[in-house]
Design a protein. Structure first.
Length: 116
């Protein structure tokens, strides 16, 4: 299966069948984040049972082979900011705004309603 053929969660699972369990878990959790919601790197790590692996989550999402099907832009730092290189961070911030998420002073306004 080619990345461009991936559309559904079943497709995501099939595409990632030979990847590590950690990467599969990160990409599947991120795939499920709905439009208008975000999670944090630490939130993803906790959700997949690896509560201290927030840096590993960030690294996995940095190498997202299924962009844009797996919406990695919906995962932000705990303070609502966007990590990484400035140009890439600006692109992720724009995607989040297009998703309907409130961004103020360059950061997602983190509320209980917005967190997935």
């Amino acid at each position: 299966m080619k990345a461009e053929d991936v559309r559904t969660e079943k497709d995501v699972r099939e595409f990632l069948k030979d990847w590590s369990g950690f990467e599969r878990d990160v990409y599947l959790f991120t795939y499920r984040i709905p439009r208008g919601k975000v999670s944090t790197y630490s939130g993803v790590a906790k959700a997949i049972g690896k509560p201290r692996a927030q840096r590993a989550v960030a690294n996995a999402l940095h190498n997202n082979p299924l962009y844009p099907v797996v919406p990695c832009w919906r995962v932000v730092k705990s303070d609502g900011s966007f990590g990484g290189e400035a140009k890439a961070a600006a692109g992720r911030r724009q995607h989040v705004v297009e998703d309907g998420v409130l961004v103020k002073d360059g950061k997602v306004v983190i509320t209980k309603d917005i967190l997935f």
